[in-house]
Design a protein around this ligand. Structure first.
Ligand code: DAH
Length: 363
């Protein structure tokens, strides 16, 4: 109903016009769905003034009936439409309010998620890797479940060799020591590698010299006490090229200890025995705690043993078809746990595997 129509209604039927304006205001003022329903019932419901007026038309004088009947129905239709409009409007308002309220700011920082970090043993392996990569070495890998052939035989340690018994091997498919040697097919024995040295043979089988590789990984021995865990980690190095001598080995080890321990450390070389190197040596680094004077941690010697090494035994080259007249090389092996203990002053090997975060968080 526009203004002009309302004016006419006011003149002709002021009661109806007043009723219309009151109802109109009540509907528009309804602030939510419940209030609107209340306004609808009171203005259009069965007991509303408007319904009563429409119901009373038959009783009115005949000349008033057309005007009030027609006007009353118009007013009812208009108010009904107004209720619908207001209802839609309230829904729209509720929606945009909830959108504004529930809006997600995707640029806000998220819930912090506690991130862990690498285990000290992994960190130590990465450090060692980095130092040798810096010297131009390649990283090599090999299986932890290994053949007897690679773990022992091809490293110049035949089935009857006494050095095998020092390794406390976990056998997967045992080769029977009691069998006569002729029957024993040692190469088929399967074991958990007792050292990373079998990777040397695997690398040499797959490439010709020059070879400059390091291999880092897990090894296993049937051993468990204060200074041994059944699983531990080793770093293996192998160099084969023309004209390689023990001096190259010493120079490499010296560079490595300087980089790893950070600063000049004296090294010392002692003769030793390994089946796959000739000559074989053990390398010691000077004890930093007592500056070489001797203390409890170096057993009063002033030196700490860090690795076994030597010149690759020509017998090993026979297994991989290298010519010992043309090439020579060195190999070394060291324990990662031991390196980490020496570097960080960790007193007990078992701390690495207790998984106590108070220990692990310190590194
Ligand atoms: N494989 C030896 C061990 O586990 C360590 C070792 C010694 C590795 C001398 C070498 C080496 O490569 O040349 O006791």
């Amino acid at each position: 109903m526009d203004d002009a129509e309302l004016q006419i209604l006011k003149q002709r039927a002021p009661g109806l016009a007043a009723l219309y304006t009151t109802a109109h205001d009540a509907i528009l003022r309804a602030a939510d769905a419940a209030a609107l329903e209340q306004a609808r019932v009171s203005t259009l419901g069965r007991k509303s003034a408007l319904t009563e007026l429409l119901r009373s038309i038959p009783t009115l004088p005949p000349e008033d009936r057309p005007l009030l009947g027609k006007g009353g129905n118009t007013v009812r239709r208009e108010l009904e439409a107004l209720v619908e409009e207001r209802e839609a409007e309230l829904k729209r308002e509720a929606l945009s309010a909830s959108l504004a309220h529930e809006r997600l700011d995707v640029t806000l920082p998220g819930q912090p998620f506690p991130a862990g970090h690498e285990h000290l043993i992994s960190q130590t392996m990465r450090e060692v890797e980095d130092i040798f990569i810096g010297l131009g070495y390649r990283i090599a890998e090999g299986p932890e479940v290994e053949l007897d052939y690679y773990n022992f035989t091809a490293l110049n340690t035949p089935p009857s060799h006494p050095a095998r018994s020092a390794h406390d091997t976990f056998w997967v498919v045992e080769q029977r020591e009691t069998m006569p040697e002729a029957v024993m097919d040692a190469d088929r024995g399967v074991l958990l590698r007792t050292h990373t040295s079998p990777v040397q043979v695997r690398v040499m089988e797959q490439q010709r010299p020059p070879v400059y590789v390091v291999c880092l990984g897990k090894v296993y021995r049937r051993d468990s006490d204060a200074t041994h865990t059944p699983m531990f980690h080793q770093v293996e190095g192998l160099v084969v090229d023309e004209g390689i001598t023990l001096a190259d080995l010493k120079g490499t080890v010296h560079h490595f200890t300087e980089q790893f321990f950070g600063g000049e450390r004296a090294i010392r070389v002692r003769p030793h025995f390994f089946p796959f190197t000739e000559p074989s040596i053990e390398v010691d680094v000077s004890c930093e705690l007592c500056e070489g004077k001797g203390c409890r941690s170096c057993k009063h010697s002033g030196w700490l043993e860090i690795m076994g090494a030597g010149m690759v035994d020509p017998a090993v080259y026979d297994f991989v078809g290298y010519d010992p007249e043309k090439v020579s090389g060195f190999a070394f092996g060291m324990g990662v746990e031991r390196m980490a203990m020496l570097k960080h002053g960790i007193p007990d090997l078992r701390l690495f595997y207790d998984n106590d975060v108070r220990f692990l968080r310190q590194f």
